[in-house]
Design a protein around this ligand. Structure first.
Ligand code: CMP
Length: 136
């Protein structure tokens, strides 16, 4: 039985700034993802605070929200069987230092903050995050 899922991916400001968006999109496509929708936008810090609300008690929350709103990003709805887990595998560990060879964060990430991509961490959060960027 087909188990096609959707997940939300963001190409973060550090990668957009270095013009890596097309290379990163190609990595998704080569790995069997369909980019169902995408948009390039810059969000306000207040919107970043809403998006990352699950992290609001973390010490890095303020810097994280400043960073996500610091420049253009590309939000995408990715589709594939088991898209949520498959995307997390392709992204690699949150800290690029710990990411495996062949992953996006290993290849392009600069630091734990500038780690080039975000991906939903569960099917439930994927729905919430897709609505956040694509509801209208
Ligand atoms: P992301 O997958 O977008 O989700 C939250 C982000 O917080 C994460 O990627 C990192 O870029 C950032 N971050 C900064 N410091 C930490 C930390 N100590 N642990 C986890 N995430 C962190």
């Amino acid at each position: 039985m087909s188990n096609t899922e959707q997940t939300l991916s963001i190409i973060k400001p550090d990668a957009v700034e270095r013009n890596l968006d097309n290379e990163i999109k190609q990595m998704f496509i080569k790995n069997g993802f369909n980019i169902f929708k995408e948009k390039k936008i810059q969000i306000e810090k207040s919107e970043a605070e809403k998006f990352y609300k699950v992290h609001e008690t973390k010490p890095f929350y303020n810097d994280l929200c400043s960073y996500l709103s610091s420049g253009p990003i590309i939000a995408m709805i990715l589709e594939k069987e088991n898209a949520v887990a498959e995307n997390r595998k392709l992204m690699g560990a949150t800290n690029p230092k710990d990411a495996e060879e062949g992953t996006i964060r290993k290849k392009y990430g600069i630091s734990i903050d500038k780690n080039s991509v975000h991906g939903s961490d569960s099917i439930e959060n994927a729905k919430i995050e897709i609505d956040f960027f694509f509801k209208d």
